[in-house]
Design a protein around this ligand. Structure first.
Ligand SMILES: Nc1ncnc2c1ncn2[C@@H]1O[C@H](COP(=O)(O)OP(=O)(O)OP(=O)(O)O)[C@@H](O)[C@H]1O
Ligand SMILES: [Mg+2]
Length: 442
């Protein structure tokens, strides 16, 4: 297989991240700066207002003070001039009134300065403290979220490929966390694809080794078998032509069983020679009925099929499709072996596999039914997942169906598994008739 060939896409594409209302870190920074500007403006405006109000108070105080000073002067003048007591009494009254007014103004000014100072100081304290607390909260959350993303990246480096939980943030860090999780999923999917490819290549190499080994064995045993066959025929001919022929069944020298067995051996060696021939890796016209026959031929000596009755119902009018014949055999072998495995738990001699082909709209359809253990919804949902297997370690790798899927997809076809009513499973493969090029080379 061409190592540079694009890998098959085994899974569904990652779902697009849901659109969220996004507040970026930059926007958050701008908000914080805006908050500081507003606070500073409030402080400056308060200081200016305070200054204006204090000046107005001081002016009123000055006026009260001047009036009191002027009245004091008038009182002194009047006393020196010897004014009458009624005039002096009136001036005293005015003087007391001016003194009280000045004292009131002084108290109001003091009170105003105290109140305003406390208000402005409280306002400044509250503003600075809230902005500081918000900044502290924001940065400590940012630091802990960055630590979470760092830990997740570290876990991915160490092999964790789980989907992970994205940070509940709608800013750049939330997006980064989502991207890191997507990366883990994509990495896991890619690794699974590579595992399937590796197994694919290994399988091909194994087939090639078995093929060349079988070719050697055939050469070695083919000649003696042909010789035995020749001798047996010669003996039979001599016996039957020499009158009177001896009743062979009686003297125990019947050579016909030898001929039957050698004929069987010759057929087997011919089949293995056929298998050992270089695999047809080209994209060519392939008959699915032929593929079925070839697959059953390949699996004739498979121990898992020993106790399973395999029947077929092949449409004789089935048109040929374009495809990689050897890969289709490999795909069908996987399906047959899965079906045989599924029947393993049945009582002896009750396992059944039925293969049928027919022409359907725009393509050919192959169905493979078994009366095995069937598949629960969870197994149906995960069967094509690379490395998913319900078989004990050493019996299944969970790569058979992904491989089947990648072969079928390369042909532009579809494959599905459905539980059958009354137990068992149906595998359905649909291949298009109008495909002149593979979706991707295999
Ligand atoms: N015909 C079937 N009946 C019941 N279950 C099936 C059938 N075909 C597949 N499965 C389920 O799907 C799982 C995945 O199959 P798949 O062929 O990918 O892997 P596997 O057979 O377990 O291992 P491998 O094929 O790599 O040796 C199986 O373990 C089995 O549980
Ligand atoms: Mg399998």
């Amino acid at each position: 297989m061409d190592a540079a060939a694009p890998l098959p896409n085994l899974g569904v594409p990652l779902p697009p991240a849901p659109a969220k209302r996004r507040i970026s870190l930059r926007a958050f920074g701008m908000l914080a700066i805006l908050g500081l500007i507003v606070l500073a403006t409030v402080m400056v405006t308060s200081a200016l207002l305070f200054r204006g109000a204090v000046q107005a108070h001081l002016q009123a105080l000055e006026e009260a003070h001047s009036r009191y000073g002027a009245l004091q002067q008038q009182r002194l003048e009047a006393a020196r001039r010897g004014a009458d007591s009624a005039k002096l009494e009136d001036l005293d009254l005015q003087l007391r009134d001016a003194w009280q007014q000045r004292e009131r103004q002084l108290a109001t000014t003091r009170h105003y300065i105290d109140g305003s100072t406390v208000t402005i100081a409280s306002l400044a304290w509250l503003g600075i403290t809230s902005i500081g607390a918000l900044a502290l909260l924001f940065f400590s959350r940012l630091a802990s979220d960055i630590a979470v993303v760092r830990a997740r990246a570290q876990a991915i480096v160490e092999g964790d490929r789980s989907p992970g939980v994205p940070l509940a943030r709608s800013d750049e860090l939330g997006e980064l966390s989502q991207a890191v999780n997507d990366m883990a999923l994509a990495l896991g999917k890619r690794e699974q694809e590579l595992a399937v490819e590796r197994r694919n290549v290994m399988h091909q190499e194994k087939l090639a080794t078995i093929g060349s080994m079988a070719a050697g064995v055939i050469r070695e045993i083919g000649n003696p078998i042909a010789a035995i066959d020749g001798y047996a025929r010669a003996i039979l001919e001599t016996r039957t032509s020499a009158p009177p022929p001896l009743p062979q069944e009686e003297d125990g020298s019947d050579v016909r069983p030898i001929l039957q067995e050698t004929a069987r051996l010759i057929a087997i060696t011919r089949e293995i020679s056929g298998l050992a021939a270089a695999p047809a890796a080209q994209w060519q016209l392939a008959s699915i009925n032929e593929i079925v026959a070839q697959t059953l031929g390949v699996l004739r000596y498979e121990p898992r099929l020993e106790d399973v009755k395999v029947t077929s119902e092949l449409d004789p009018q089935l048109p040929a499709v374009m495809g990689y014949a050897d890969r289709l055999v490999q795909m069908l072998s996987n399906l047959v072996i899965n079906a045989a495995d599924a029947t393993a738990s049945l009582p002896p001699h009750t396992g059944r596999i039925h293969i049928a082909t027919r022409q359907v709209d725009g393509g050919v359809e192959l169905t493979l039914d078994d009366n095995g253990c069937g598949m629960g919804p969870e197994v149906v949902a995960r069967a094509f997942e690379p490395l998913f297997t319900t078989k004990p370690a050493g019996r299944g790798t969970g790569l058979g169906l992904p491989l089947c899927q990648s072969v079928v997809r390369a042909h532009g076809g579809r494959i599905r598994l459905d539980p059958l009513d009354g137990g068992g499973t149906r595998a359905t493969v649909w291949l298009p008739l109008d495909r002149s090029e593979p979706v991707h080379p295999l």
